[in-house]
Design a protein around this ligand. Structure first.
Ligand code: KIV
Ligand code: ZN
Length: 401
């Protein structure tokens, strides 16, 4: 039995706070119920002190979600923690998530506090949160730019004060995978009571390392990964849930870890988020992009038709994508064209196929997306040399006039 990595989804908090991704209460609840079906261990429902709307959304989610833990964010002060607890109280499994920055950069330029003051605020916040709620997560904001010795001292003290989870955010997406892995390994060794809490990571994607950093953390002893659907989040976003989960599954031998995610719901969940927010994912986005299982190059299409193993490391149905798409375009070969024509009910001799293919190539020089109607037009009109001439002329008329 492989060790379980807990998936903490923060689409509704870190994701939602990014420009263009705000959701109303109803939309948040709809997504929360989908995240519960998806099997996330924890969902961060919002930041209740932020606004009345956020408070109401967290409370509504806390009332309805029963399987996943519901977390609410709070800065390391009593007012934030009280507000978070008011919103979370109805949850079957509530978690207060409190945080304070620990890096010298943030201490000097943001908080204007000494290390001793931050240390004390962290311990007091965790102790107070623990008096309200059994499950308390502490995050050391900007942990990857924090003096590691200081970070370890803070973690030891907050675990002593009752933290059930300590989280290591790469808040500004600065860490490189090997550095982040080393930091997690060091915390495992240097914090004497670390086994009394879960060790979590929260990576941002400013230089595109969020998923890689999260995976290096898993290899070095992290128990929980914080991530978002479609990788949405502050600035360049957070680690993408679907990338982390599918890396752990597809390369299970390399990690020896598993998650409780129902992977066949990844694509439907991604689609739900884009429909709610109106923000599409880029077509080449790993796992859930429109082209993630689409093949256009002739050599790839031929390989796919012979055996999908040639060019696909995951089955599309594993992530809920209905099927791989052999997309016809200017790089497609005869074999792929013939397979599409057969699907449409056409059966041509090799000579007829040559004629159709010639016109098809002319069409793809001028048209990016070839539809079934284009194929039907080519097939119905152009299997003889005379027909081909007619089709060729109509393509010329369409595009060169
Ligand atoms: O990026 C970050 O540091 C955060 C914390 C609040 C966990 O989002
Ligand atoms: Zn964050």
């Amino acid at each position: 039995m492989k060790k379980q990595i807990r998936i903490f989804d923060t689409t509704l908090r870190d994701g939602e706070q990014a420009p263009g991704f705000s959701m109303n209460k109803q939309e948040k609840l709809q997504l929360a119920l989908q995240l519960e079906k998806l099997g996330v261990d924890v969902m961060e429902a919002g930041f209740p002190i932020c606004s009345d709307g956020d408070f109401e959304s967290v409370r509504e989610i806390a009332r309805h979600v029963t399987q996943s833990t519901v977390a609410g964010l709070a800065r390391a002060n009593r007012k934030d923690i009280d507000r978070a607890w008011q919103a979370l109280k109805p949850a079957a499994k509530p978690r207060i998530h409190t945080f304070i920055a620990t890096s010298d950069i943030h201490l000097k330029h943001k908080l204007n506090k000494t290390r001793a003051e931050v240390f004390e605020a962290a311990v007091q916040a965790v102790r107070y949160a623990k008096s309200l709620c059994e499950d308390v997560e502490f995050s050391a904001e900007d942990a990857s730019r924090t003096d590691p010795d200081f970070l370890c001292e803070v973690f030891e003290a907050v675990i002593e004060a009752g933290a059930t989870v300590v989280n290591v955010p790469d808040t500004v997406g600065y860490a490189m995978p090997w550095e982040f892995g080393e930091l997690i390994a060091r915390i495992r060794v240097q914090v004497p009571n670390i086994d009394e809490a879960q060790l979590s990571v929260h990576c941002h994607n400013d230089i595109g390392m969020a998923a890689a950093n999260s995976l290096m953390a898993v290899r070095n002893g992290a128990d929980q990964v914080e991530c978002t659907i479609n990788g949405i989040g502050e600035r360049a976003g957070n680690a993408s849930l679907e990338e982390v989960v599918m890396a752990l599954r597809t390369r299970a031998q390399a990690f020896g870890r598993q998650t409780g995610i129902q992977t066949e719901l990844l694509y439907p969940t991604s689609r739900m988020l884009t429909e709610i927010t109106g923000v599409k994912v880029q077509p080449n986005k790993a796992i859930v992009g429109e082209n993630a299982f689409a093949h256009e190059a002739g050599i790839h299409q031929d390989g796919m038709l012979k055996n999908p193993l040639n060019y696909e490391i995951m089955k599309p149905e594993e992530v809920g994508v209905p099927e791989s798409r052999i997309v016809l375009g200017k790089h497609s070969g005869r074999n792929a064209l013939n397979s599409h024509l057969r699907r449409l009910g056409y059966s041509f001799t090799p000579k007829e196929l040559d004629v159709v293919y010639r016109n098809f190539s002319k069409l793809t020089d001028n048209k990016k997306i070839i539809t079934d109607s284009d194929l039907i037009y080519l097939s119905n009109n152009g299997v003889t040399e005379m027909g081909a001439q007619f089709v060729h002329e109509s393509i010329q008329n369409l595009f060169y006039r």
